[in-house]
Design a protein around this ligand. Structure first.
Ligand SMILES: [Zn+2]
Length: 455
């Protein structure tokens, strides 16, 4: 929306809504752009019950305090809002998140002409990750001011999605998403051209040292860390984004109030014919979770620690018995521990005797899939590919782990005793039809202790 008095003037005339900005006129915002009551009337008509307001991208970074104060004053049951900050001043974001009313910020694809993988933004990304900020990236360069894109509305249809691809790919290859795995970054317009360039990014990573100079993980893993909105205007294109990113990484977007938006944004999601659970996620659950992320995260971590510490105790117990130092527990929907398991690889002479696999074997004999879907598996270390498969087959949809696979690999050095397929658990689960929530690492130091001197 446009907050009055920060550089844009909005009037309605015979031809509709006109936005005057930097000496030019813009008529692409065809629906109410300023007044909240009329914006909400439009949401009623569109069948939208909760809306996320954000600043008009051309006003990003201007008079931030004023814009943020107005946007924050609108936040309520039906309204969440993103603010605006100067990306070169991460302390602004810290302050905005400390205030607690806004859920995060909208930023341009290239603030001050710098793409978002640039080192100058490292502080911004650190703060965004620490504070659980919701960051929405929207293009703003009007087709890079390329003359060829100024005709035929191409600056929008082609320029906007290309600009998003530029900055998002820049973030991926410069390792921003790998260094800050808890970032919540949503890309406008279904990620623009980005999802369709993943094969080239992958190929370059495989054959060109320059392409992996600052990126350890395969680019697909970083690409799946982004969240994508649904504003693609093509059901097959949207299905492609969903198949790639997973239903828990796609959020229903409207592009309101622009002419390139959708009058009824839920329609394209319903046209996908998703499983009811996935459809709910895309239509709102994902957004609600991510926008209220700070509180949710704090709540979960309190519960996690007790169960996680139990899984670490079991890792010690396992080691005392002569097995590999891993443990796992299963907690029900109320957080009560209902099952425990240790590793049995040595005593049973069973290479498949991992703690999580042993736990799932016990659980599937005892509980229904419906019960297990509500449970959370806590593991002393990040589950391997085999165990992820077992967890998925066992209908458990929430996983919390202590020690990351990366730290574990560092601790064990080159020991052949601990060979593993190096695939992050979140990456494995992202290929499933059902969404699996993965949280970790937590309590890494405590979780590392049973491994010291073992491998
Ligand atoms: Zn395993």
């Amino acid at each position: 929306m446009v907050v009055p008095g920060v550089g844009a003037e909005v009037v309605w005339d015979d031809e509709g809504q006109r936005v005057t900005f930097e000496g030019g006129h813009m008529r692409a915002a065809t629906r109410e752009f300023v007044h909240l009551d009329r914006i909400l009337d439009a949401q009623d008509a569109a069948g939208v019950d909760v809306v996320v307001l954000c600043p008009w991208i051309n006003l990003a970074g201007r008079q931030c305090d004023r814009q943020n104060e107005v946007l924050a004053s609108y936040v309520g049951d039906r309204v969440a809002a993103l603010g605006t900050v100067d990306c070169d001043r991460p302390e602004q974001l810290e302050e905005l998140m400390r205030d607690g009313r806004l859920s995060g910020v909208e930023i341009a694809a290239a603030p001050g002409g710098h793409y978002l993988g640039h080192e100058r933004f490292e502080g911004f990304w650190s703060v965004a990750e620490e504070t659980g900020s919701f960051v929405f990236i929207h293009p703003s360069s009007h087709g890079f001011a390329q003359p060829a894109l100024q005709d035929y509305y191409l600056w929008n249809t082609l320029g906007n999605p290309t600009e998003t691809a530029f900055t998002a790919a820049h973030m991926v290859v410069s390792g921003v998403l790998e260094r800050h795995p808890d970032l919540v970054v949503t890309l406008a317009h279904g990620g623009g051209a980005l999802p369709w360039l993943r094969g080239r990014l992958r190929r370059a990573y495989e054959v060109q040292p320059a392409a992996r100079a600052r990126l350890d993980e395969p680019p697909d893993v970083s690409l799946r860390r982004f969240y994508y909105d649904t504003v693609t205007h093509d059901v097959d294109v949207l299905r492609g984004v969903l198949d790639f990113a997973g239903a828990d990484h796609v959020l229903c977007g409207s592009d309101y109030p622009f002419d390139m938006g959708s009058e009824s944004p839920a329609d394209i999601v319903r046209a996908l014919g998703l499983e009811p659970r996935e459809e709910e996620r895309v239509l709102g659950e994902n957004a609600l979770e991510l926008l209220g992320r700070k509180d949710r995260k704090r709540g979960v971590i309190d519960v996690d620690h007790e169960a996680l510490r139990r899984s670490i105790e079991l890792a010690w117990e396992s080691r005392r018995k002569g097995n590999h130092p891993f443990g796992a527990v299963l907690a029900d929907a109320h957080g009560r521990i209902v099952l425990e398991a240790e590793n049995t690889a040595e005593t049973e002479q069973d290479v498949c005797g991992h703690a999580e696999l042993n736990l799932i074997r016990l659980a599937s004999g005892r509980y229904s899939p419906a019960f297990l879907e509500q449970c959370t598996l806590y593991a002393s270390a990040e589950p391997c590919v085999m165990c992820c498969g077992a967890i998925y087959a066992g209908s458990v949809r929430n996983v919390v782990y202590a020690l990351s696979a990366r730290e574990f690999a560092r601790a064990k050095g080159n020991s052949r005793k601990a060979l593993a397929l190096k695939i992050p658990s979140a990456e494995t689960f992202s290929h499933g039809q059902d969404a699996v929530t993965v949280s970790g690492p937590h309590l890494e130091e405590e979780a590392l202790a049973p491994h010291e001197g073992y491998w």
